[in-house]
Design a protein around this ligand. Structure first.
Ligand SMILES: [Mg+2]
Length: 356
């Protein structure tokens, strides 16, 4: 099926893979609290570690130091763990749809982006959630790479900031890579992106630690491992390449430059597209829950806020300007520290299905 996108005029091919409704029980009894505990700790003892300190300069959504008041910020963006009852109340009678960012949300931010692995515990937690609710991973990375990290074929994957969306394959029986394409609105930009990828590799190869990542429909230039003295030089090199390509724009994320097509399509569009695909475009019977940590996730938080329904949860230890309603701290230590992952569907059944 091919439809023109109203905003961009770009034809998009898609087919809708509806989840098996039998897998989604009535909401309200799912062990959300245990999932959220895997995604963050409580707010006590928050300490800005060296890594986050170094991110200050590259985190555009962070409030200036003089405006910083962690206590006040938490009041306005309470921990999702502490607001468990309120979240459950909001989900009553609604179909929850779960959207999860990858880097910094399901996996720790690490020096080598190729080694941003998800823990087995976190994977199992996501798997359990997906058994009850339609679940999508929404990432700036190449969709295939995120799939390689997460390794769950039952999820929706929106790679390249939502510009490459595929639905779940039919369980584990279907071969990987055999999923149906749902949406690729930036397909015509592929040749340009490949060209710029090659140019960037050439231009930044003399800067130690710089890493150019081809995310298929967009590019990332990581500088997590670049000496701060070289940051300006790296930025200049990237801008020099991009200036010849008005079809592309440059954004700034957490220790990364993002280069992507100028079309209006971001993680917020991906959320809207997936909700529409699932049949919830204008529905009051859905509660989208989006968990993310970066500036690009703000587009999704904004969509939920504009819809007037949905829960945005920002993963952050430090105050940031955000459209999210709730917060969680960095996921890493909490998920490692947890003694045991979800005990799986059986427990969920005990908690919910058997009551109905
Ligand atoms: Mg992230």
């Amino acid at each position: 099926m091919v439809i023109p996108d109203a905003k961009s005029g770009i034809p998009m091919s898609f087919s809708v893979a509806m989840p098996d409704s039998a897998l989604f029980p009535p909401n309200g009894h799912f062990p959300w609290k245990r999932l959220l505990k895997k995604l963050g700790t409580n707010t006590n003892g928050a300490r800005i570690n060296a890594l986050l300190d170094s991110m200050r300069a590259s985190s555009p959504t962070r409030r200036p130091a003089e405006g910083e008041d962690h206590g006040s910020w938490i009041l306005h963006h309470p921990s999702a763990l502490n607001m468990f009852e309120e979240i459950m109340s909001a989900s009553k009678g609604k179909q929850i749809v779960v959207f999860l960012d990858y880097d910094g949300t399901l996996s720790p931010i690490v020096e080598d982006p190729d080694r941003a692995f998800i823990t087995n515990e976190m994977r199992e937690a996501v798997r359990d959630v997906s058994k009850f609710f339609p679940t999508a991973i929404v990432s700036g990375r190449c969709r295939a790479k995120v799939h390689d990290f997460v390794k769950l074929s039952e999820l929706y994957y929106a790679g390249s900031h939502g510009m490459d969306i595929k639905g779940p394959s039919k369980g584990h029986r279907q071969k990987k890579g055999n999923q149906t394409v749902l949406c690729q609105p930036a397909r015509e930009f592929l040749p340009i992106i490949d060209e710029v990828y090659r140019a960037l590799i050439e231009k930044v190869k003399h800067i130690p630690g710089a890493k150019v990542e081809n995310n298929r429909f967009c590019l990332s230039v990581h500088y997590r491992c670049v000496d701060e003295k070289k940051w300006v030089e790296l930025a200049d090199e990237v801008k020099l390449v991009i200036k010849d390509y008005p079809q592309l724009r440059l954004n700034h994320g957490r220790k990364v430059f993002e280069i992507r097509p100028t079309i209006k399509w971001d993680k917020g569009n991906a959320v809207e597209f997936l909700l529409e695909s699932l049949g919830y475009a204008d529905s009051n019977d859905v509660l989208p829950v989006y968990i993310g940590d970066d500036r690009t996730d703000e587009d999704a938080f904004r969509v939920l806020r504009q819809r007037g329904r949905g829960l945005g949860i920002l993963v952050s230890k430090v105050p940031k300007e955000t459209n999210a309603s709730y917060s969680l701290q960095e996921p890493t230590e909490a998920s490692y520290a947890l003694p045991k992952a979800f005990s799986g569907v059986e427990e969920a059944k005990k908690m919910s299905l058997l009551r109905h």
